[in-house]
Write a protein that binds this ligand. Sequence first.
Ligand code: SF4
Ligand code: MG
Length: 334
Amino acid sequence: MEKILDVKDLHVTFTTYGGTVKAVRGVNFHLNKGETLAIVGESGCGKSVTSNAIMRLIPEPPGKISNGSIHFHGKDLVRLTEKQMRNIRGVDISMIFQDPMTALNPTLTIGTQLMEGLRQHKKITGEEAKQKALEMMNLVGIPNPEERLKQYPHQFSGGMRQRIVIAMALICEPELLIADEPTTALDVTIQAQILELFNRIQEATGVSIILITHDLGVVAKIADRIAVMYAGKIIEVGTKREIFYQAQHPYTKGLLKSVPRLDLQGEKLTPIDGTPPDLFSPPVGCPFTARCPFAMEVCDKVYPGTTELSDAHKVDCWLQDERAKQLLASTANN
Ligand code: SF4
Ligand code: MG
């Protein structure tokens, strides 16, 4: 499988008057061509910050990618200039946000907005741009595209607006689409249609997708692999089956409690007792220690190693870390 994105040891910090927030703390993951990776976790876990870092949309200051690399087709995005990034954003990598209205200009027609990105980045005629816009309207399932191109955002329903935003994100044929909570603002029926649309688009275009969400129902519908984030770290990653049926991290298991089956939809992550640690001064050990029913002495002292349970399945937990047994044995000998 061809890797199109490879994130290594990514650290993102935000400097505030109260101190430095360590929002992303050494994240590693990759994305294969044509797959959908879901990054899940509670709000504040660093999932949106991670996706914004890939787009180099971390506001500097107060934000900063303080360490790590983000290789996209062998190029380290962290090292590119803003000018170089502008040629990648919207062209090779596109992003969709939760609220479709923020992405649309209320004073311009849908047609103008669809063609804008295209004409900015590709050398094509007006007629070619229009043809491409019509093609995209068809792809995302908007009826009467010829008519609809002349209309304004307020003339569309929320679901239709999100389809237009998706069309805008795809019009330059990006290889990577990042969708941050793309269906959260929509009602459940429309949500299902938009998720179905993502699947269809991926089949039609081969685009790779990173989906940021807190909703396991969404994940169940479209993810190939799942990365679970907690307190700025990916604590478990695996295929959808591995995460839904063989999760090993106590936090992942807690998240999944309310969604025992893949066919359930619309289930939100049930809150686990307690709150995530303060990211101004995150714990040196496992950040889940204070909430974990299985916490051992070593847990809050040393961060666990990453244990590989299969090719795709990796977990950061002392319960899986071989060294825990040795530590326990050496304590017993003393
Ligand atoms: Fe619980 Fe320890 Fe595993 Fe953290 S490392 S999840 S505290 S058992
Ligand atoms: Mg977010």
